[in-house]
Design a protein around this ligand. Structure first.
Ligand SMILES: NC(=O)c1ccc[n+]([C@@H]2O[C@H](COP(=O)([O-])OP(=O)(O)OC[C@H]3O[C@@H](n4cnc5c(N)ncnc54)[C@H](O)[C@@H]3O)[C@@H](O)[C@H]2O)c1
Length: 349
């Protein structure tokens, strides 16, 4: 594996899924550290707008490409962050076969690319590998409770298979790969219509519509602000030696969805009522990361509390609403025609 220390800190970094929510924040942070960044995206859920401000920087390159197809970089690569994959349930369920292929073929192609370049890899995995967890909070050692045939399986099992590929290659001493198990992350640049719980609730509250919560809203989630996550991803990529297995990155503060809805109502000043909808299949009841491994190996822990993060996120959605008043989110998320099929109602990653 290549030692880049002799070239100092300026690296060539490939970020797949770089035009997405997390990826665009990561690209900006890498540029701010002085690196050259190639952002590769098929714009399935990502948007050029997310990286528009970066295009003026000569160290930033935007490439349209689907990771399901092999890719060759035009210059030697030092680091590869593999984030390509829709993260919101309605989006990844829209074309489940493509989601599974993105997870498995995509990771295979990106690992092959990294191997040709001797680049270090960080794979974006997910708390969904724990499924509907029987262990709480979730430690990395927990093997999970995932349905391999349900509607979420294309993502959950796809990400699990991707981890398998990563650790097989590590065991064969072919690459240095780090795997981040990311828990719910939120912040500016989330799409208003992507069906994630924070975007749904904030958009509905700002529009004065009913806030859709599933069941009584007693399910719990832990919400990590995007800048905290990006700090964790950067730290995990650069720590030496590499942790032996996957590392949870998330905020351990746990809220019920009802508490979240009430906080959103208070912070937006909205008088929207709450609508109770049927709980989607395989929706996890509880989610909270045990982050002791990240604290020990990376010295990492989240800094941004829910209200502080929500404040930025609400401002983002307010600005979007004022820009374009066309987005409609009501009860089960309504979608415009997308990828040739009508979307289903989403749940809560
Ligand atoms: N945001 C979260 O809460 C969260 C939680 C767990 C895991 N993750 C993981 O983090 C990564 C980024 O998530 P996000 O929230 O930014 O989602 P996102 O949907 O905003 O971004 C995903 C990006 O990947 C691109 N993409 C999808 N399929 C692709 C393909 N086949 N080829 C090339 N590009 C493709 C999309 O266009 C988009 O830009 C994902 O891998 C996701 O699984 C996110």
């Amino acid at each position: 594996m290549k030692d880049t220390s002799a070239r100092g800190d300026r690296l060539h970094v490939l970020v797949t899924g770089g035009a997405g929510f997390v990826g665009s924040h990561l690209c900006a942070a890498l540029l701010a550290q002085g690196h050259r960044v190639t952002c590769l995206d098929n714009f399935f859920t990502g948007k050029r707008d997310n990286v528009a401000a970066l295009l003026a920087d000569p160290r930033f390159t935007l490439v349209e490409h689907d990771v399901c197809e092999p890719y060759e970089a035009d210059a030697p690569l030092d680091r590869l962050y593999n984030l390509a994959c829709a993260a919101s349930p309605p989006r990844y369920q829209a074309d489940p076969v493509h989601t599974m292929m993105t997870c498995v073929l995509g990771v295979g192609n990106m690992l092959a690319l990294a191997e040709r370049h001797g680049a270090r890899v960080l794979q974006a995995s997910t708390s969904e590998v724990y499924g509907d967890p029987a262990e709480h909070p979730q430690r990395e050692s927990y093997r999970g409770n995932v349905s391999c045939t349900g509607p979420r399986a294309c993502y959950d099992e796809g990400k699990r298979a991707a981890e398998t590929l990563c650790f097989d290659i590590v065991r064969q001493a072919r690459l240095d790969v780090r795997v981040a198990r990311i828990f719910n992350t939120y912040g500016p640049r989330m799409q208003p219509d992507d069906g994630r719980v924070i975007s749904n609730l904030v958009v509905q509250a700002l529009a004065g519509r009913r806030l859709s919560i599933y069941g009584e809203g007693n399910q719990t989630r832990s919400f990590c602000y995007v800048t905290d996550l990006v700090r964790g991803l950067l730290a995990l990529m650069e720590v030496d030696p590499a942790p032996q297995g996957p590392v949870n990155l998330g905020n351990p503060d746990e809220y019920t969805i009802r508490e979240l809805a009430e906080t959103v109502l208070r912070m937006t000043g909205s008088a929207s009522p709450i609508a109770h909808l049927p709980i989607p299949k395989d929706d996890p009841a509880r989610r909270r990361p045990d982050i002791s491994l990240a604290a020990r190996h990376l010295g990492w822990q989240p800094r941004v509390g829910l209200e502080e993060g929500l404040c930025e996120t609400i401002a983002h959605f307010r600005a979007l609403r004022d820009d374009r008043s066309s987005v409609e989110v009501d009860g089960p998320v309504r979608w415009r025609q997308f990828s040739g099929m009508r979307q289903r109602a989403g749940s809560l990653e």
